[in-house]
Design a protein around this ligand. Sequence first.
Ligand SMILES: [Zn+2]
Length: 45
Amino acid sequence: MKNSKIIQNRIKCLKCGDVIESKYRHDYKTCSGGACAIDNCTNMC
Ligand SMILES: [Zn+2]
């Protein structure tokens, strides 16, 4: 088994065009427009 894999989660907001990326668990990011957010488990936009 390899090292613990790095989870990356990246989405592009369709509303404001921002690309936001969550690199860690519970690394909560929101786009500048505030329309979408990711925390590595869920993403919505
Ligand atoms: Zn947005």
